[in-house]
Design a protein. Structure first.
Lengths: 112, 112
């Protein structure tokens, strides 16, 4: 895996959160995060993160993260922790537990 | 910043590479990565990473990473190392130096 190395520039974002907003056609066997509402949830997450005032966070839309069946998927880097975020309530719990309290929203974690 | 914690699931991807494919209207003061050709470069990167056979890598399109002026931008996680990748040659150098040789493509690094 990729570890940080001597001489690497400092991290640009303390928390870089990627929310999948990939959309597949209705009826596709894998489904897609956007078909499960991820675009609105990304927008809500952006707004809420800003309101919470957590510094140096980026909420980022992403193309397919390839864990579609478990979505709507979110991954937080650099720690590489994945969540299923399927409601505004789940967004609130993720932001509070992970970004504010710097722990984990355990009940939302994707299986390994 | 976000560190890995006891009990975190193992990393799902050894290298998770995000290439910005955000497009702004022509003439926008910040420009955009897609206006500088990032969509084709992402496609090329996907194909070349597959050809190189590096295991457990994901080349991912991303919405705006917000370092537009320095783009086309790519960030590799979990290490959080950023590159400017503006040609297929740059893609080849990034993949070889970072993913295959597990070092850095120093001449492509974004400034801190």
């Amino acid at each position: 895996m990729g570890d940080r190395q001597d001489g690497d520039p400092p991290l640009f974002y303390d928390f870089h959160v990627f929310a999948c907003v990939n959309r597949r056609p209705d009826g596709h066997s894998r489904g897609s995060c956007a078909a499960r509402g991820s675009e609105k949830l990304r927008d809500y997450m952006k707004a809420r993160a800003k309101e919470l005032g957590v510094p140096n966070v980026r909420i980022n839309g992403a193309a397919c993260l390839d864990r579609c069946e478990l979505g709507p998927c979110v991954v937080v880097y650099p720690e590489g922790v994945w969540y299923r975020v399927d409601s505004t309530d789940a967004v609130d719990r993720l932001l509070q537990a992970h970004l504010v309290d710097r722990g984990r929203a355990s009940e939302l974690l994707l299986p390994p």
